[in-house]
Ligand binder design. Structure first.
Ligand SMILES: Cc1cc2nc3c(=O)[nH]c(=O)nc-3n(C[C@H](O)[C@H](O)[C@H](O)COP(=O)(O)OP(=O)(O)OC[C@H]3O[C@@H](n4cnc5c(N)ncnc54)[C@H](O)[C@@H]3O)c2cc1C
Length: 462
C-alpha cells in the first residue's frame, strides 16, 4: 500500500502527493473503485521528475486525464496503490498556426477547449465526442478516441502530427513536430497513441486543424433496416463526393429508453421507428451540398430504404437531432445495462451482426438490445438490458455468457472487440483471448523494453 507510512511514500513525498479525492477513483459507469495518491504537476519537467522518482521507488503511475474512459484504464483498484498523475494543471493551448493548420495543446486541455481555440481562429478541430467537455487531449490520444466525425476526419491518431511525452525513465521525448512527412524510423507518436498510459505520459500534442465547412446539412431519417441504412450511406457518399461527416444509427429500443427516462427530449418521430439514421454533411460555400444530400435521400426513398426525412432548418433543430443521439448513453445508464460492448465489424457485415446478435441474445433470455453508434465506421455500441420491469442485477450472473457470445460473433465476422474505447482493465481478458498471438507477444516485448520496471499504468491493457 502507498500510504504516508510506507517507505515508497517517503521516496515520493517531495512530489507533494496527496490522498486522491473520490472523483479520481471512480469511472463513468461506476464499475470500478481505484486507490492511490494524487499528484498534479504543472510542467513537463515536473512530470519527468515524478517518473524518475517513481521508477527508482518502483511505484506505479496511472496517467489521468478527464476520467471519462469507459474501460477502467484510469482507475487502478488492484495491486499496490499507485500514484495518480493528473495532467489537469497542464491545460494551455501553446500555439495556433492557421497557415500551417496546426494547434499545439498541453495534455490536460479539455477537448472542448481545443475545439473552441480552433473555432476562434476560424478553423475546425473535428474530433467530437459526448464527453468532449471533460475528456483531455492526453486522454483522447492515449485511448485513440473516435466519436461522430471519424467517417470524414479519422480517429484521434489521424488528427495528431506529433507528441511531447515523458518516458518511464524520466526522459523527455520532444516530438512536437508539425511535419506531415517524416519517415525517420519507428514513429513513437503512433506507439503512444492508443497505449492507454502503459508506455509513457503524453504531455502535449500538435493537432491538425481543418477548414470549417461553410455549409452543413443535418438530417434525421427512419430507415427500414440496417441493410437499407448501409445502402443509403453508399448513395449519399456517391452523391456528395464523400462529404458526409457523420452517419449514426439509432435503434427503436434506444428511442423507447429515451422516451421513458428522458421524456423532455424531443422525439422528432412518433411512434418511434425501429431504426433511424442521423446524417451530417459539410462543404464550402455555394457547394450545393444540400441538393446532393436531397438527391441521395430521394433515391433512397424510391428504393424503399427510407420513408420519411427531416432536415434541420435551424441551429436549434440541429441541436435537437444531436441531443437525441448523444443522450443515448446517459439513458442507457439510467435503465441499467447487463453488459455493454463497443465493437466494430466490416461495414457490410453489420446487418449479419445485427441479425445473428439478436438470435444469440434471444437464446440466452428475454433480454433487450440497444444497438446504436457510428454505422459509417462499422462501429456499434451493443448494449444488453434486462426485460422491462426487471433490475439488471438479476441478470448479472449471465453477463459473462452474454459478452462471450457477442465477442465470438464479432471474431467470426472479422471484427474488433473494442472499436474506440480501448482495453483498459475491463477488456484485458478479452484482449488476451481474441488478439492475434504474434501481436500480443510484440506488445509485451515493447512494454518490457520501454518500461522495464513496469511502473506505467500497471494492470492496464496487458
Ligand atoms: C458520455 C461519454 C461518451 C463517450 N463517447 C465516446 C465516443 O464517442 N468515442 C470514443 O472514442 N470514446 C468515447 N467516450 C470515452 C472517453 O471519453 C474516451 O476514452 C476519452 O478519450 C478519454 O479521455 P480522458 O481524458 O477522460 O482520459 P481518462 O479517462 O482520464 O484516461 C483514459 C486512459 O488514458 C490514459 N491517459 C490519460 N491521460 C494520459 C496522458 N496524458 N498520457 C498517457 N496516458 C494517459 C489513462 O491512464 C487511461 O488509461 C465517451 C465517454 C463518455 C463518458
Amino acid at each position: 500500500m502507498l500510504t504516508p507510512a510506507t517507505p515508497e511514500f517517503a521516496a515520493i513525498n517531495g512530489l507533494r502527493a496527496m490522498p486522491a479525492p473520490p472523483a479520481y477513483l471512480e469511472d463513468p459507469r461506476d464499475i470500478a473503485r481505484g486507490h492511490g495518491l494524487l499528484v498534479r504537476p504543472e510542467t513537463t519537467a515536473e512530470v519527468a521528475h515524478i517518473l524518475r522518482v517513481c521508477a527508482q521507488a518502483r511505484v506505479g503511475v496511472v496517467p489521468y486525464g478527464g476520467g471519462t474512459g469507459l474501460v477502467g484504464g484510469q482507475v487502478a483498484g488492484d495491486g499496490p496503490a499507485p500514484l495518480i498523475l493528473s495532467l489537469e494543471r497542464m491545460a494551455a493551448i501553446r500555439t495556433v498556426d492557421t497557415a500551417a493548420g496546426i494547434l499545439v495543446a498541453e495534455a490536460g486541455a479539455p477537448l472542448a477547449k481545443v475545439q473552441a481555440a480552433a473555432g476562434g481562429a476560424g478553423q475546425l478541430f473535428p474530433l467530437s465526442l459526448a464527453s468532449e467537455g471533460t475528456a483531455h487531449v492526453g486522454g483522447i490520444l492515449a485511448t485513440n478516441a473516435g466519436g461522430v466525425q471519424v467517417l470524414r476526419y479519422g480517429m484521434a491518431r489521424d488528427l495528431c502530427l506529433g507528441v511531447e511525452s515523458v518516458l518511464p525513465d524520466g526522459a523527455i521525448h520532444h516530438g512536437l513536430t508539425g511535419l506531415r512527412k517524416d519517415n525517420t524510423g519507428y514513429d513513437l507518436r503512433h506507439l503512444l497513441i492508443g497505449s492507454e498510459g502503459t508506455l509513457a505520459v503524453i504531455t502535449a500534442a500538435s493537432l491538425r486543424l481543418f477548414p470549417r465547412p461553410a455549409e452543413q446539412v443535418t438530417v434525421l431519417a427512419p430507415v427500414v433496416s440496417p441493410v437499407a441504412a448501409i445502402s443509403l450511406l453508399s448513395r449519399l457518399q456517391d452523391e456528395t463526393g464523400g462529404l458526409l461527416t457523420a452517419f449514426e444509427l439509432i435503434s427503436g429500443q434506444g428511442l423507447h429508453f429515451l422516451a421513458k427516462v428522458m421524456p423532455r427530449i424531443r422525439r422528432i418521430f412518433d411512434p418511434a421507428p425501429d431504426w433511424m439514421v442521423l446524417v451530417e454533411a459539410g462543404a464550402g460555400r455555394d457547394s450545393g451540398i444540400e441538393a446532393a444530400v436531397s438527391r441521395g435521400f430521394m433515391a433512397g426513398m424510391d428504393a424503399g430504404e427510407t420513408l420519411d426525412v427531416r432536415v434541420a432548418r435551424s441551429g436549434r433543430q440541429r441541436t435537437d437531432f444531436w441531443t437525441l443521439r448523444e443522450s443515448l448513453p446517459a439513458a442507457n445508464r439510467v435503465i441499467g445495462a447487463v453488459s455493454s460492448h463497443d465493437i466494430s465489424v466490416p461495414i457490410n457485415a453489420v446487418p449479419e451482426f445485427v441479425d445473428r446478435g439478436a438470435d444469440v441474445i434471444a437464446s440466452l433470455g428475454p433480454l433487450r438490445i440497444n444497438c446504436f453508434g457510428h454505422l459509417g465506421d462499422g462501429n456499434l455500441h451493443y448494449n444488453i438490458f434486462p426485460p422491462e420491469g426487471e433490475a439488471a442485477s438479476i441478470w448479472l450472473p449471465l453477463r459473462g455468457e452474454v459478452s462471450e457470445a457477442i465477442y465470438q460473433l464479432v471474431a467470426d465476422l472479422g471484427g474488433s472487440i473494442s472499436a474506440e474505447h480501448g482495453i483498459g482493465r475491463f477488456r484485458r481478458q478479452v484482449l488476451a483471448r481474441y488478439a492475434d498471438p504474434a501481436k500480443l507477444a510484440a506488445m509485451r516485448t515493447i512494454k518490457a523494453a520501454l518500461d522495464p520496471a513496469g511502473i506505467m499504468n500497471p494492470g492496464a491493457v496487458l
